[in-house]
Design a protein around this ligand. Structure first.
Ligand code: BG6
Length: 494
């Protein structure tokens, strides 16, 4: 039985709350997962009351509720929605909030605070909550849920962490990386640790390299204020892609509890070979999109996006080569890449195996053939695919490439949003899929030297045409001539 709580959303009228949090909470309501008595308290500056707020929420849900809004479910959901007018920069607001919760018979004493606000406000809100005693767990638990980015670089992440740890214990802090809430990402763990098949091959003896790609066809979509200061390395690689890498590379945990899983992930990050600043270019690559054609439509360059400074050298594409110096992975490159305005939307983990030790078919009519690949499609096409070689039908001994394909999802399976799983976990108190601070810290340590070099080199950045698979120059990261990016287009790979 999940205990009821008061779920306070800071930044309730913002974009994240509109497109992710409220729809996820509504879907949890629909699935009957929210505990009886749970209330969702929106904190905002506008002069609304709870009825105005419910109307607003209905508007947010219009395009987001799967299969349209169900009036009965929405009526139940409305019972939970409360609007609290307040200014999060005003310390007095927190005292009023405390008074409201402690004096109201309908607001549960357990409280989750969700920070759907600008990262620069995390520290202040944490401090004001603590000043008002809202961090104290005497009358119920208190949890604070923080969105990425957690810091801007290693130093700012450490400072933010110190600030938050003055106010809350680590066990009270839930740092979200929404990739960990995706079913297909969790499936990496299931696939590795619920099957014995691959374990003997899952190491440096058999794996040539690993590629983790996240490509998007969309641009930065009016997010220049955030994105131009962040760039692709901070936005995707330091967080989501490095998390995917830990799941591919980690050892089996002793148990599936939060700390055992996170201990193993941290070991991977600790084992990443540090990249000194002088080696930044050998290990990383950045580029920015120019104009081009995406899905048949002409689109402008990054520099033409609104609010982007005309001389910006912020990267919209980043690639990184990492080595994990441990017994399992020493010498195996992990290539991580991401880009906006690329040819397709796709998140894929592709693992290339080594070639067989002997070319037995050399004397026959077979040319050099492809090695084996294992492809884990995360989105939008969820798949698990082995690329193998078979003999072509016919009299000659010819070999061709074929695929053993397992679709994760049956057509009838409901696709849940990552936030549904994560919000439920935060309410239930399961922090397995949230980042512990040491994970964040080690991930920053990996990319920090590269970001420092990039921040000093402000007069040039490579470019790529919008709608392409990125710049050709990035191929210099590959360790050998026969390595290449494996691109997924729809259900097929190039
Ligand atoms: C966010 C980034 O964290 O993840 C965005 O800030 C990116 O720039 C998004 O588009 C990708 O998430 P998803 O779930 O759409 O793959």
């Amino acid at each position: 039985m999940i205990e009821p709580c008061t779920f306070v959303i800071f930044g309730a009228t913002g974009n994240l709350s509109q497109i992710k949090l409220l729809p996820a909470l509504y879907h949890l309501e629909e699935a009957g997962k929210l505990p009886d008595g749970m209330k969702i308290l929106a904190l905002g500056r506008r002069e609304w009351d709870s009825d105005n707020w419910r109307e607003q929420v209905k508007g947010y849900l219009e395009n987001k509720a799967r299969g349209g809004i169900n009036e009965k479910v929405f009526a139940d959901f409305c019972e939970r929605l409360i609007y609290f007018r307040g200014d999060l920069t005003n310390p007095e607001c927190y005292h009023q909030l405390k008074k409201l919760i402690s004096e109201s018979s309908e607001l549960p004493d357990n409280i989750a605070f969700y920070m759907a606000i600008r990262p620069s406000e995390f520290g202040t809100v944490s401090q004001y909550l603590a000043d008002a005693g809202l961090n104290q767990q005497e009358s119920g638990w208190r949890r604070i849920v923080v969105e990425k980015p957690f810091g801007y670089d290693l130093e700012s992440a450490q400072m933010l962490d110190q600030r938050m740890h003055k106010d809350f214990d680590e066990s009270q802090i839930y740092r979200i990386d929404h990739y960990l809430g995706k079913g297909t990402v969790q499936n990496v763990l299931a696939f590795r640790f619920a099957n014995i098949l691959l374990e003997p091959l899952w190491n440096r003896n058999y794996i040539d390299h690993v590629q983790i790609t996240h490509s998007e066809s969309k641009g930065i979509e009016n997010r220049a204020d955030y994105y131009d200061g962040a760039g692709a390395m901070r936005d995707m690689i330091q967080s989501h892609l490095m998390q995917l890498m830990t799941l591919v590379a980690m050892e089996a945990p002793a148990m599936m509890d939060a700390d055992s899983v996170r201990d193993e992930k941290v070991k991977v990050l600790k084992s990443v070979r540090p990249i000194p600043q002088h080696a930044a270019h050998a290990h990383s690559f950045r580029a920015q999109y120019t104009h081009g054609t995406v899905d048949g439509e002409k689109v402008g360059s990054y520099l033409e996006e609104s609010n982007v400074p005309k001389n910006s050298t912020t990267e919209t594409y980043a690639a990184l080569k990492l080595y994990i110096d441990n017994w399992r992975w020493k010498g195996v490159p992990f290539y991580l890449r991401t880009g906006k305005r690329m040819a397709q939307n796709s998140s894929v983990i592709s693992i290339r195996f080594k070639r067989p030790p002997q070319q037995l078919f050399k004397e026959t009519q077979i040319q050099r053939f492809e090695p084996n690949w294992l492809v884990l499609g995360i989105q939008p096409h969820e798949c698990l695919r082995f690329v193998v070689q078979v003999k072509e039908p016919g009299l000659e001994m010819k070999i061709r490439t074929t695929q053993m394909d397992a679709s994760f999802c049956r057509a009838s399976d409901v696709k849940l949003d990552a936030y549904e799983a994560l919000l439920l976990d935060a309410i239930e108190g399961d922090s397995t899929l949230f980042l512990r601070y040491d994970e964040v810290n080690w991930a920053w340590k990996v990319v920090d030297p590269i970001l420092k070099v990039w921040s000093m080199e402000r007069d040039f950045i490579h470019t790529y045409a919008a709608g392409s698979w990125g710049p050709a120059e990035v191929n210099r990261l590959f360790d050998s001539d026969d390595q290449y990016w494996r691109n997924m287009v729809g259900e097929f790979e190039l």
